[in-house]
Design a protein around this ligand. Structure first.
Ligand code: TGC
Ligand code: FAD
Length: 388
C-alpha cells in the first residue's frame, strides 16, 4: 500500500477538481516562496508585509469568488477555502488581510451595493489598488453588535457619522472603511473613504497576536458622506451578519493550514531530536500527540470540504458555519500549543512556527464570533432556545 500523506490522511485532495487543485498549488507556492521566508521577522517586528499586496492581487486572491465582470477570479467556494488554508499555513495575518478585503469589504459592495458602486470599487479592490477595512465591533463589546452606538444622521443629501469602532483589521492601511451604523431606519452600511475629514484610525499597539497584521481603532467625528456612499440594498443586523457568514466560512479553512504547519514542524523535529538514545518520535507519548493532531486535522478537513460543497450548492446555513468555525479554531489552537511543547525550549522562539501560530490563533478563535458565541449558536439550533 502506498504511504498516506500525514497531513491529508483521507486524501481530501482526490476530492478536489482540477481547478481547485491548481488554485491550492498556486497559493501553496506563494506561501512557500514569498511568505515563509519573511513572516517570522514580520511577526517579531510587528510589521504587516504590505509589499506582498500586488502579488496577492495578481494571483486573483482578492474577492476571488466574485464574478469576472468586476475584475475578480470567479472561483467557487471550495477554492476560496483552499486559498485561506494555504495562506494561513503561512500566517493568520496574511489570511486575515485577504478575508477582510474579500468577504467583509468586497462582498458587501457586491451583495448590498448599487451597480454603480460595484463598478466604481470592485475592480480596483481586486487589483489591490484600494484596500478596505470593516467596522462593526465597538469598544463596549463586540459579541453583541445589535447594541451599536455609532450613529449616522441624515442631513439633506448627506449622512453625518459619529462614534467609534475597535479592533479593526487593515484600519491603518485602508483607503475605504465599510462602516456599520445605527440610523433612524435601523443598522445601515456606508463606504467611508479614510481621508474624509473627521475620520481617524489609530494603530492598536502591544499586541501579542496577529503581529504581522494591522489592527486599529476607528473614530468618527462628524464624518460627512453623501447618500451615494450608503449601500442601498440592506438594512438591519442581517447585513453585517451576512458578511460574517462569508468570512467565517473562509476561517473554517484557514486554521487547518496553521495546524498543518504545526504538525509538519513538530513531526520533523521529533524525528531529529534524540533523547534517551532514541528520537522522541519513537516514544509512545509523542506518537500519541502526533496521531491526535493528524486525526483532528482530518476531521476538520472533512468538515470544511463538506461545508464548501454546501456553499457551492447554495444550501450552506450560518449554524453549520458556526460549528465548523468553533471546531476548526479549537482544533488548531490545541495543535499549535501541543506542537510548541514537542519543540521544547526551541518552541518558544519564532524560528519555529508553532508559537506564532498559537498566538495568532488566540485572535482567530476570538474574532468573527468568539468560541462561546458559536457554541451558543449551536445550542440555539439544538434546543430551539435562544440563550444569548
Ligand atoms: P439574531 O436575532 O440572531 O439575527 C438578526 C438578524 O440577522 C440574521 N442572521 C444572520 N444572517 C446571516 N448570517 C448569519 N450568521 C446570521 N445570524 C443571524 C437573522 O436571521 C436576523 O435576520 P432578520 O431578517 O430576522 O432580522 O441576532 P442576535 O442579536 O441575537 O445576535 C446573534 C449573535 C450573537 C450570533 C450575533 O450577534 C453574532 O454573531 N455576534 C458575534 C459578532 C461577531 O462575530 N463580530 C465579528 C466582527 S468582524 C471581525 O471579527 C473581523 S475579523 C476579520 C479578520 O481579521 O480576519
Ligand atoms: P466581548 O464581546 O466583550 O466578549 C468578552 C467575553 O464574553 C468573551 O469570552 C465572550 O465569549 C464572552 N461572552 C459574550 N457573550 C456571552 C454570553 N452570552 N454568554 C457567555 N459568555 C459570553 N471586528 C470588526 O468589526 N472588524 C475587524 O476587522 C476586526 N478585526 C479583529 C482583529 C483582531 C486581531 C481581533 C482580536 C478582533 C477583531 N475584531 C474585528 C473584533 C472581534 O470580532 C471581537 O473581538 C469579537 O467579536 C469579540 O468582541 P469583544 O472583543 O468585544 O469581546
Amino acid at each position: 500500500m502506498p504511504a498516506l500523506n500525514p497531513t491529508d490522511l483521507f486524501d481530501i485532495r482526490s476530492q478536489l477538481s482540477e481547478e481547485e487543485r491548481a488554485v491550492q498549488d498556486t497559493v501553496a507556492r506563494f506561501t512557500d516562496e514569498r511568505v515563509l521566508p519573511i513572516i517570522g521577522d514580520c511577526f517579531d517586528e510587528g510589521r504587516f508585509p504590505k509589499e506582498l499586496i500586488p502579488e496577492i492581487a495578481s494571483l486573483g486572491l482578492l474577492g476571488s469568488s466574485l464574478p469576472e465582470e468586476y475584475g475578480c477570479a470567479g472561483l467557487n467556494g471550495v477554492s476560496y477555502g483552499l486559498i485561506c488554508q494555504e495562506l494561513e499555513r503561512g500566517d493568520s495575518g496574511i489570511r486575515s488581510f485577504v478575508s477582510v478585503q474579500s468577504s467583509l469589504c468586497m462582498y458587501p459592495i457586491y451583495a448590498y451595493g448599487s451597480e454603480e458602486q460595484r463598478r466604481e470599487w470592485l475592480p480596483r479592490m481586486a487589483a489591490g489598488e484600494v484596500i478596505g477595512c470593516f467596522g462593526l465591533t465597538e469598544p463596549h463589546g463586540g459579541s453583541d453588535p445589535a447594541n451599536m452606538k455609532t450613529y449616522a444622521k441624515k442631513d439633506g443629501g448627506d449622512w453625518v457619522i459619529n462614534g467609534a469602532k475597535m479592533w479593526i483589521t487593515n484600519g491603518n492601511v485602508a483607503q475605504i472603511a465599510i462602516v456599520w451604523a445605527q440610523t433612524e431606519e435601523g443598522i445601515q452600511s456606508f463606504i467611508v473613504p479614510t481621508d474624509t475629514p473627521g475620520f481617524t484610525a489609530q494603530v492598536i499597539k502591544h499586541k501579542m497576536s496577529l503581529r504581522a497584521s494591522v489592527t486599529s481603532g476607528l473614530f468618527f467625528d462628524n464624518v460627512r458622506i453623501p447618500d451615494s456612499n450608503r449601500l442601498p440594498n440592506v438594512k438591519g443586523l442581517k447585513g453585517p451578519l451576512g458578511c460574517l457568514t462569508q468570512a467565517r466560512y473562509g476561517i473554517t479553512w484557514g486554521p487547518i493550514g496553521a495546524a498543518i504547519a504545526c504538525l509538519t514542524e513538530a513531526n520533523n523535529y521529533a524525528k531529529d531530536r534524540v533523547l534517551f538514545n532514541r528520537p522522541i518520535a519513537a516514544t509512545q507519548a509523542v506518537q500519541l500527540k502526533l496521531a491526535d493532531m493528524a486525526r483532528r486535522i482530518t476531521l476538520a478537513q472533512l468538515l470544511s470540504l463538506q461545508l464548501g460543497r454546501l456553499k457551492d450548492a447554495g444550501t450552506m446555513q450560518p449554524a453549520q458555519v458556526s460549528l465548523a468555525k468553533w471546531n476548526n479554531c479549537r482544533m488548531a489552537i490545541d495543535i499549535a500549543r501541543e506542537a510548541r511543547d514537542i519543540l521544547g525550549g526551541a518552541g518558544i522562539t519564532t524560528e519555529y512556527s508553532p508559537i506564532r501560530h498559537a498566538l495568532n490563533l488566540e485572535s482567530v478563535i476570538t474574532y468573527e464570533g468568539t468560541e462561546t458565541v458559536h457554541q451558543l449558536v449551536i445550542g440555539r439550533e439544538v434546543t430551539g432556545i435562544n440563550a444569548f
